[in-house]
Design a binder for this molecule. Structure first.
Ligand code: ATP
Length: 645
């Protein structure tokens, strides 16, 4: 339980009400959070910081939230930081009057450029004292840096970085560098920040609003939990801090859902599915409820929004704006909607199709399509949209309605345009043989298997949830692992023989959101063709870091198992393996299945780069543990020992 009562909201402010919040206030909060291992106390620290800002300078609440979560803007606006080490090392060296070599040498030792920047700052003597940094000023400058492009962009970015570093005090330089690198690494997950925000509004009124009821004990805990649920739900439907914070300040928690609602033009976090071992598991789970099976198409998720006024937007699985990649989808929507539709949000899969035969083509073909600024006239790879859900229609959210109703509305709102926009093939048959037949048909039709979804009970659309109400049965389950993994390459080994000049193998990691670490899960050297070896080598060579990051959990190899180079986390690869085993070496999910040992993928094979996933969307440590536990072989013999690579 959290004890908020000891904190004096007003006394914590070192500034006058209405004045800009000093960045030092936030840097000190970050420092305390970073030193705090307990999640509840982290929540409390962040909530208290929010409370002080709400009560004194609410205009700084958005900058504060954005800096704490390192989200300068919603994903769909495409404003992201992630400045390379080299610009930053140069900026640190120039602000502190130390050589690049000295900074690099410190980096080797400390492993964190933020800390090096901070230590270097304290050695520096400045003649005139620059003005202290402000939360809103740092937020604005970081945004400007992210948006800087064109002539001498590097130099202009470097100048802005230097301006901030010169003015930095205490730990400010460290956190500015981490923001610039694109990740705070203080152990504050985005979900925790949302919980803190909810708590802050339960406890503190924004200026001009009545003070919230003074609750204590159980009543307070219940209220906090209720508020968390409201804020998390609203965020999954409307992942935009600016709109949420504006609504919270003006209307408070209870009215938030009415004022920050699902809207066409703001992507919803997509609902995700649980993998299964096969049809028998599906039938066990869904034995008492109505369900439907749909083809699982192998393309790219496309959340299509038609806004009032006719504008069309297409968003990726990651809520990024993919509209300029799919101008053909934007063009077909006005023809597909029926006359009563004024606005709509569809969930669908965009799949490559053969222009002559109309056959569905594998994902590899789709991946050759231009990623941005494509023009309708010179599209090489044609896609067909397979719509499987409807989330919003004519200004109204459909998320809380059961799938049967959403699907009926979907079918009533669109007309099929053959091989341009179709509805996902579905069968509501509950009979095992019929489902088996449908699965085989889907595979013959170049699909990946089936998605099986509840229809009536427990059948709402659950944004951002990996829900048990959507199960996937992939054809791969017939051959070993039930599902592929999405992993992050964190290191590589120089190639030999035929692979001289490129990397011969890579070290892969899963992501652990609990402590924001990357945990090694296997070494991989198979599945790459020559072209992939070249492209991956070229792309990743630009992301080499001097030293293994402090948040990589890998063994302390003393021999050639140690990668020759380390990378910053920047790509996600889809990988299939024969199975998973308890590993004497790797660190993935250590403590979840075996008290000390981790889990490794055995005989992993590279399938493809997942451009539609960010590194934090990689398979999590918990999912790895779940996959391990779900393996048929684990179920029969719980003590599997084995090689890991
Ligand atoms: P996840 O999205 O679950 O993290 P993933 O990205 O690797 O995993 P899959 O395991 O392939 O994706 O399964 C889910 C994806 O399948 C969806 O994100 C969607 O893009 C795609 N898909 C294809 N057909 C359907 C369908 N009929 N219903 C829902 N999703 C579908």
């Amino acid at each position: 339980k959290i004890a908020y009562n000891k904190y004096d909201v007003e006394a914590a402010a070192t500034w006058k009400a209405g004045e800009p919040v000093p960045y030092l206030f936030l840097a000190r909060v970050f420092g305390r959070i970073e030193a705090e291992p307990k999640r509840l106390l982290i929540t409390e620290l962040m909530a208290n910081a929010f409370r002080t800002v709400i009560a004194t300078s609410p205009d700084d609440l958005l900058p504060l939230m954005s800096l704490a979560t390192n989200k300068l803007a919603p994903a769909y606006e495409g404003i992201e930081l992630g400045i390379g080490d080299s610009i930053m090392i140069k900026a640190v060296s120039e602000t502190c009057g130390r050589s690049v070599a000295a900074i690099k040498a410190d980096m080797e030792e400390v492993g964190d450029l933020g800390e090096v920047a901070m230590a270097s700052r304290t050695k520096q003597v400045t003649l005139s004292k620059p003005k202290p940094l402000q939360v809103r000023g740092v937020y604005k400058t970081l945004k400007e840096i992210a948006l800087t492009s064109g002539h001498e962009a590097m130099k202009r970015k470097g100048d802005k970085i230097k301006q901030m570093l010169v003015a930095a005090q205490e730990k400010e330089a460290q956190y500015i560098v981490r923001s610039l690198q694109g990740k705070m690494r203080i152990g504050l997950a985005e979900q925790t920040a949302l919980v803190s925000l909810a708590h802050a509004f339960v406890l503190t009124a924004s200026p001009g609003r009545d003070a919230p009821a003074a609750l204590r004990g159980e009543a307070l805990q219940e209220r906090l939990i209720e508020a968390e649920a409201i804020v998390k739900q609203v965020y999954s439907e409307m992942p935009n801090y600016e709109l949420i914070i504006k609504a919270l300040l003006a209307h408070g928690i209870d009215e938030l859902p009415q004022h920050a609602r699902l809207t066409a033009g703001v992507p919803v976090k997509p609902m995700l599915a649980k993998p299964t071992k096969g049809l028998s598991e599906v039938l066990d789970r869904f034995s008492n409820c109505a369900f439907t099976c749909e083809y699982k198409y192998d393309g790219e998720r496309a959340q299509i929004h038609l806004l009032e006024g006719g504008m069309v937007k297409v968003y990726s699985r990651n809520s990024e704006d993919n509209t300029t990649k799919y101008p053909d989808i934007a063009a077909l929507m006005p023809r597909a909607i029926k006359s009563h539709v004024t606005s709509i949000i569809l969930d669908s899969e965009a799949v490559a199709v053969d222009t002559k035969t109309g056959a569905i083509l594998p994902f590899q073909v789709l991946s050759t399509r231009k990623r941005k600024d494509a023009s309708v006239d010179d599209i090489g790879v044609k896609v067909c949209v397979f719509a499987f859900d409807l989330l919003y229609l004519n200004g109204e959210s459909y998320l809380q309605r059961p799938l049967a109703e959403r699907r009926a509305a979907l079918h009533a709102s669109l007309q099929v345009l053959p091989r341009e926009l179709e509805f996902a093939q579905a069968s509501d048959a509950a009979d095992v043989d019929a489902i088996q037949e449908f699965l085989l048909e889907s595979i013959k039709g170049n699909c990946e298997g089936l998605m099986i979804k509840t229809l009536a009970e427990n059948a709402t659309y659950e944004p951002s949830r990996r829900s048990l109400n959507w199960l996937k049965v992939k054809k791969d389950y017939l051959a070993g692992m039930t599902d592929s993994c999405d992993l992050v390459p964190i290191g590589a080994y120089y190639g030999k023989g035929k692979r001289t000049g490129v990397y011969g193998a890579y070290l892969l990691a899963c992501y652990n959101p609990d402590d924001e670490t990357y945990e090694s899960v296997c070494k991989i050297g198979t599945g790459f063709n020559d072209e992939a070896l070249q492209t991956l080598h070229k792309g990743l060579s630009e992301r080499i870091i001097q030293q293994k990051r402090a948040y990589y959990k890998t063994p302390n190899w003393a021999d050639s198992s140690q990668p020759d180079v380390w990378f910053e986390p920047c790509q996600v690869w889809e990988v299939l393996a024969a199975d998973l085993s308890i590993s004497p070496v790797h660190m993935a999910a250590a403590g979840l299945v075996d008290p000390a040992k981790g889990i490794a993928l055995r005989f992993p094979r590279f399938l493809r780069v997942r451009d539609d996933k960010g590194v934090e969307d990689a398979t999590s440590a918990e999912q790895i543990a779940e996959m391990y536990n779900n393996q048929a072989c684990t179920k029969t013999s719980s003590t599997l020992e084995g090689g890991d690579d």
